[in-house]
Design a protein around this ligand. Sequence first.
Ligand code: AMP
Ligand code: GLY
Length: 423
Amino acid sequence: MKVLIVGGGGREHAIAYAVSKSPKVEKIYCAPGNAGIASLAECVDIQVMDFEEIARFAKKIAADLVIVGPDDPLAAGIVDVLEEYGLKVFGPDSKAAILEGSKAFSKDLMKKYGIPTASYEIFDNADKALAYLETSRFPVVLKADGLALGKGVLICNTPEEAREGVQQIMLDKKFGIAGNRMVIEEYMTGREVSVLTFCDGKTVKVMSSAQDHKRAGDGDTGLNTGGMGTFSPSPFYTPKIDEYCRKNIYKPTVEAMAKEGRPFRGVIFFGLMLTEDGPKVLEYNARFGDPEAQVVLPRMKNDIIDVMLACVDGTLGKIKLEFEDNAAVCVMLASNGYPGKYERGFVIEGLDSFDEKEGYYVFHSGTKKTGKGIVTNGGRVLGVTAKGENLKAARARAYEAVEWVRFDNKYFRHDIGKAIEEV
Ligand code: AMP
Ligand code: GLY
């Protein structure tokens, strides 16, 4: 089989790695890919929003399967375009990707089908939002309706902060048209967990759980980022919680989408908060998480191609998903300054030290190959992942491997997975 992967970050590198393990696959292409993916795939210089160009390329190479990684092209309908060209695609079409693309849609879906989530109101008018805040309890959470690079969520402790937030989202359009509408919701407390699932439109299969670390600094301080590190599985996601979520969250969500005429084929990523009143949905994503994929996929025993084809063909019910009985930790190596301003173009050394047979992986997020060698080319640069027999071992090994990689302005969190010490 020939497989084309769309995207060029750590998530797509982890997907490419999983695809490369499949004996069915003879060649992998990636658009646009990056310097790490280039060791597994032929990278082509086509950007992820250039749907027609991607479709023409996929036809030219006679791709048997196209896998779409990132949220933006999914929400904007890349799958619809590729399917018009007669291609087989893993990922939701635009009707289904709205689950991530519109927070107002997803909140209304959860309300209609009784799926547990924070209580909320939707506003398309700043005055009404401001009036509502007069009666709100604080903290309160403001969310721009549309996609905003993971930054469209503001947690406001005081009425002043919240009024300022409404101003930024709805009037100053800090997140662009994503802020034409907004959700104001109840603030929840508890531990967060990410659960990735495969869906074929009617059946859902649950992958091993993970936990992200979204803030830039140690001890969950600093700005929100795309994710500074992950571990899998989450010891806080117990079998009892899993059972509850399958019955009350995962299955109802997939069935609700089907009933709404929006069957979801691809990955639904459930962002959950384990509250005192039970697990509740923080958000849905319509794709693998980044860096959740970097800890979940290396632990998956199945041939990912079998699973993805079953999602596309509607035969997922026949698949038994299996994960290794171990753990993985991923520490993101970033450029100092991220998620604010940072420099790029520094040579990276030590990338050959990783041996996947020994359970060490380095997934590239923002790298580029140049005459000088592989250089930094993004805020998040590399995801260093290690497997171990348990979380403690995986964590020690990941932090050991972090030291193998050298580049100027290297920055990482020191406390990824530290929470497991509380178990
Ligand atoms: P989201 O993009 O919806 O995942 O939100 C980003 C982050 O904001 C989440 O990972 C949570 O840490 C936080 N968050 C979102 N919604 C809530 C909420 N209702 N209560 C508390 N924290 C929230
Ligand atoms: N790591 C969070 C995300 O991919 O949205």
